[in-house]
Design a protein around this ligand. Structure first.
Ligand code: MG
Length: 447
């Protein structure tokens, strides 16, 4: 993140009217349009501020000579898919899982991945410091609308699975009034599932629940699962690059367990690296190795995961799967970005193949005990340095902060990018071991 001033791990994001304004969106449009020539796809999620920000962003792109195709409301992975297929770049107006008052912009590269750090720093410099030249009257861009293009994304996912694979499976879907309202229910229906929905009307006020698919927000989905006798419940965040699941009893499946369950199935058929951030549960590594795959850890953030997967493939190292322990999973045979609808469809395929309840498949995964805490401190990097020297005799991974790996446990301590604190994750197969390791870290920090 070094050097980035506006953009965080997932693009630029903020509260509308304070950190995020149409003026800033216009500046981003001008800056992006001066860096990328050609035809740019623009999409948005359902937020109320989307049309204002989108119009401003498009104005900047057009004034710098880019052609703009407005793809309307669609999931972030749908726009990424379309950019990879048809466009020279893309911009998605979304704040993902953040509350309704937030919005932001994610820039998509021609290969469908999110813009990496180096290019983002160039883009930011143009936004903040540089006068962008406008093109003359006879070179301004043209705009067209192509709201139907999202159907190509729907088709691409449906084509990945045998026809009728979902027959006999009832599913309850909660798109959270976000971007997946018209995509995931359609995809699952076309796979043969019987689909019930809740919060499936597009609404930027998010009347049913917040865009983050939390266990508390999904209580009504759990009720729908039980009342319809569904085999599972599926929910997305606001822009549907993530999917989370409830089992047939309506119980939330922790996302690292979801990742491990799907990784186990993917790794049976596809050998290679499983790529994930250092913050991911060791459960995923265990399951990947049990199924004949190796693992590669990356810094935290889906961009790092996607770009590492790309880099491995470029070196001709086969890549099986990737993702984050938050329901954001990446299927390299589909595209190199997190995809919520693809994750939903894959889970249907797993249930169709196993013919056993989801709760049973999850219960077979080994138990891991996870502690997540924030520790405040004036100088987070000094805290990391202190731990680095305190634990130097142990196996340390410095991919992002420090991760101390032990045979029966591990701990990750990394500085927050935005606040004066460090984030600590400790995990073990036993609660007592995790508790003791956490206490040890606190003690070495002098807390
Ligand atoms: Mg998201």
């Amino acid at each position: 993140m070094t050097g980035k001033r506006l953009f965080g791990t997932n693009g630029v994001r903020g509260v509308i009217g304070s950190d995020m304004t149409p003026t800033l969106a216009l500046s981003i449009g001008l800056a992006l349009g001066s860096m990328r020539k050609g035809s740019i796809a623009v999409g948005r999620d359902t937020r109320t501020s989307g049309p204002a920000l989108g119009s401003a962003l498009k104005a900047g792109l057009l004034a710098t000579g880019c052609d703009v195709t407005d793809c309307g409301i669609l999931p972030t992975p749908a726009l990424q898919y379309l950019v990879q297929e048809h466009f020279d770049a893309g911009a998605m107006i979304t704040a993902s899982h953040n509350p309704p008052e937030y919005n932001g912009v994610k820039v998509i590269e021609p290969d469908g991945t999110e813009m990496g750090d180096e290019e983002t720093i160039r883009l930011e410099k143009r936004v903040l410091d540089e006068e962008v030249p406008l093109v003359p009257w006879n070179a301004t861009g043209r705009e067209c609308q192509a709201f139907h293009l999202v159907n190509e994304y729907i088709d691409a996912i449906v084509r990945k699975f045998p026809p009728g694979i979902g027959e006999g499976i009832t599913v309850a879907v909660d798109p959270g009034c976000g971007a997946a309202c018209t995509t995931t229910p359609e995809i699952l229906t076309r796979l043969g599932c019987r689909v019930f929905t809740i919060n499936s009307q597009m609404d930027g006020n998010f009347p049913g629940r917040l865009p983050e698919p939390s266990p508390e927000g999904l209580i009504p989905l759990g009720d729908l699962v039980r009342s319809t006798g569904a085999s599972l419940g599926i929910a997305h965040d606001g822009d549907a690059d993530r999917a989370v699941f409830l089992d047939e009893k309506g119980r939330f499946i922790e996302e690292n367990r979801e990742f491990a369950l799907i990784a186990g199935q993917v790794c049976r058929d596809r050998k290679g690296m499983v790529v994930m951030p250092v913050s991911t549960s060791r459960l995923v590594e265990t399951i990947a190795r049990n199924n004949g795959c190796e693992v590669q850890y990356t810094p935290v953030g889906s961009i790092s995961v996607a770009r590492t997967m790309r880099a491995l493939e470029a070196e001709r190292i086969p890549v099986a799967f990737g993702g984050e322990g938050n329901g954001g999973l990446i299927y390299p045979d589909h595209q190199y970005c997190r995809d919520g609808a693809m994750t939903a469809a894959r889970m249907i395929a797993i249930l169709a193949g196993e013919r056993r309840p989801l709760s049973e498949l999850v219960a077979e995964l080994p138990e891991f005990y996870l502690i997540k805490e924030k520790i405040r401190g004036k100088d987070p990097s000094a805290m990391i340095r202190k731990l680095d020297s305190e634990f130097q005799s142990e196996s340390i991974d410095r991919t992002d902060g420090i991760r101390i790996n032990r045979a029966d446990s591990w701990a990750l301590v990394r500085p927050s990018g935005t606040e004066p604190l460090v984030r600590v994750i400790v995990e073990s197969t036993k609660k007592e071991t995790a508790d003791a390791f956490f206490d040890e870290i606190m003690q070495r920090l002098g807390r």
